[in-house]
Design a binder for this molecule. Structure first.
Ligand SMILES: [Zn+2]
Ligand SMILES: [Zn+2]
Length: 343
């Protein structure tokens, strides 16, 4: 099969590999139909690492995909050949303490698709994955929409955490696919006011059209003052860009007792906080690790048309042009939000 392989910093080659084979009776062999490129893939492309997790070359990345079932293991019961499925890229073990506690997203033996050292990615023609990671594409859901399920599921999870906090006023700092996914779910979650920031004007316009009450560019204005003037101090801030300045703005925006949820992944391994501000306002900080049990919920939100994700699909490239796709997306050119690859 053909695969788009990361062979160095900003270097991608198309190479031939042997087709993967079914190895467990509960696995399925999938023909990859479409792959969404994710922020973490850009980290690997630009820096060869995500945080302290370095890549070894050559490496097969990519984890957001829809696929067609080619072959099934003997014990597979829910999917059949020719079914179209959304792939949940996180393969948990099911028996560690975390899995038993209902936290399969922090499974101690997690294998994540396209995560170096765990599993080969899906920027290729075929993958093998357990049946439990396949979700049927049925009814109104299209293949294209299916590739947006993984980022949307992170938005669903972020908003579930918010609901537990009974947040009424929130800020979303960063409006890439994750920030926008949070916004789409927040919009239907009875939140009184949603303020957003981003450095790209087009994304601010999109956010205003999708439920944001206030949107501003931190390179052009004092977003903290702007948001406070409009919405007051916030209950919760969701940091969705991995940026030190945004983390600081998040702390400044919160009311005493407020909570900062960190969804973004910074380029560097360490970030800092003003401990005096955190202490005086008794700010809580929570990291959000991808998502937990939100894949089907994200599918249902799209299929029932409660949220519309189609606007995020801005570019599509064949596998052979994966490098070009990464360049456009990594440089935020052409109004790009989400780039798709069709193997
Ligand atoms: Zn992703
Ligand atoms: Zn586990």
């Amino acid at each position: 099969m053909k695969a788009a392989v990361l062979s160095g910093i900003r270097s991608i080659d198309i190479r031939e590999f042997p087709d993967p084979k079914l190895s467990s009776p509960t696995d399925v062999l999938l023909r990859v139909a479409m792959v969404g490129i994710c922020g973490t893939d850009f980290h690997y492309y630009r820096q060869g690492r995500v945080g302290d997790q370095a890549i070894k070359y050559p490496s097969l990345i990519g984890h957001e995909c829809v696929a067609v079932v080619e072959k099934i293991g003997d014990q597979v019961t829910r999917v059949r050949p020719n079914d179209c499925v959304v792939v949940d890229p996180a393969v948990s073990c099911g028996h560690c303490d975390q899995c038993k506690a209902g936290r399969s997203h922090t499974c101690l033996n997690l294998h994540f698709l396209g995560f170096p050292g765990q599993m080969e990615g899906c920027l290729c023609e075929f993958i093998v994955i357990p049946e439990k990671n396949c979700y049927l594409i049925e009814g109104e859901l299209t293949l294209l929409q299916g590739t947006l399920v993984e980022p949307l599921s992170i938005g669903v999870y972020g908003i579930e955490l918010l609901k537990e906090l009974e947040a009424k006023t929130i800020g979303i700092l960063g409006c890439g696919p994750i920030g926008l996914s949070v916004l789409l779910v927040a919009q239907i979650a009875c939140i009184q006011s949603i303020s957003v920031t981003d450095k790209i004007q087009e994304r601010l316009t999109i956010a205003l059209n999708n439920g944001a009450c206030w949107a501003g560019n931190p390179e052009e204005l004092d977003v903290v003052a702007g948001i406070k003037k409009q919405a007051g101090e916030l209950d919760v801030v969701l940091e969705c860009c991995g940026d030190q300045q945004a983390l600081d703005q998040g702390v400044d925006l919160l009311k005493p007792g407020g909570k900062l949820l960190i969804l973004g992944i910074p380029d560097q391994s360490r970030v800092s906080f003003d401990i005096n501000k955190l202490r005086r306002k008794e700010i809580s900080i929570q990291n959000v690790r991808r998502q937990n049990r939100c894949t089907q919920k994200a599918i249902d939100l799209i299929a029932s048309k409660k949220v519309s994700v189609d606007f995020m699909l801005t570019h599509t490239f064949p596998l052979e042009r994966t490098k070009e796709a990464f360049e456009i997306a990594a440089n935020y050119r052409d109004g790009v939000i989400k780039v798709m690859i069709t193997p």
